[in-house]
Design a binder for this molecule. Structure first.
Ligand SMILES: [Ca+2]
Ligand SMILES: [Ca+2]
Ligand SMILES: [Ca+2]
Length: 228
């Protein structure tokens, strides 16, 4: 038991060292919308960008549309495959301009069917909002910089390293290009510093089942439990 206790103690020392290291690294990096186009006719697309230095599996992620203030899905597309490091995935409407179609990786008229007052979201495999353009549950073109989400193309700031479910933050992160301006299509200028996808935040929970409850145990407590 003493050997086990020693191993546990060393494991915890290593874990705390890892936690301390993580706290001084660059901020969280993850998938986000790098561009959103709400042009004329069916000229609708988004880019999804991977800012990390490793591929990210898209299986389970959903490109989601919440139209006209709806709080439930109006349209969606189930993403799949792997998005390479520093690459963008372009999701467009089938009726978009040939320039957009030439750059598109995925076509979905269920999803790419907004006209400025519809929230466009990226959901993770657990259904959490990873990123959003607009505010789910409200019906309005949303102001962004010197424009809004209607009849414009929005390009994400180069410094953004991850999406946000909070539109009050997200709304401040875009540059507005005119309607049908696709000059930044299929590429993203990124100035952040991201490591691997494993930099994502994590929660440590040690389960202590003696009393049916969970608790975060410190080194000495954990050793004591092992000895018990
Ligand atoms: Ca609409
Ligand atoms: Ca439009
Ligand atoms: Ca772009």
């Amino acid at each position: 038991m003493k050997q086990l206790r020693f191993v546990a103690r060393q494991w915890f020392v290593g874990l705390f060292a890892l936690t301390a290291a993580a706290s001084v690294q660059a901020q969280y990096c993850g998938l986000f919308f790098s561009e959103y186009a709400e042009g004329s006719a069916s000229n609708k697309y988004v880019e999804i960008y991977n800012p990390t230095d490793q591929g990210i599996a898209l299986d389970g992620y959903t490109a989601a549309l919440y139209s006209n203030g709806s709080v439930t899905l109006s349209g969606s597309y189930a993403l799949s495959g792997t998005l390479g490091a520093g690459e963008v995935l372009v999701v467009a409407n089938t009726g978009a301009d040939a320039t957009i179609l030439a750059a598109a990786d995925v076509l979905s008229n269920s999803f790419a069917n907004w006209n400025g007052n519809d929230a466009v979201a990226l959901l993770d495999p657990q259904g959490n909002v990873v990123d959003v353009v607009g505010e789910i549950g409200t019906d309005s073109p949303w102001p962004v910089a010197d424009g809004d989400t209607q009849n414009n193309t929005l390009v994400r700031a180069a410094s953004v390293t991850a999406g946000t479910a909070d539109w009050s933050t997200g709304a401040t992160q875009w540059t507005v290009l005119p309607s049908n301006d696709w000059s930044d299509l299929d590429a993203h200028t990124f100035s952040g510093s991201c490591g691997a996808a494993s930099d994502e935040p994590f929660t440590l929970r040690i389960f202590h089942n003696n009393d049916g409850e969970s608790a975060l145990l410190d080194v000495d407590h954990f050793a004591a439990v092992l000895d018990a």
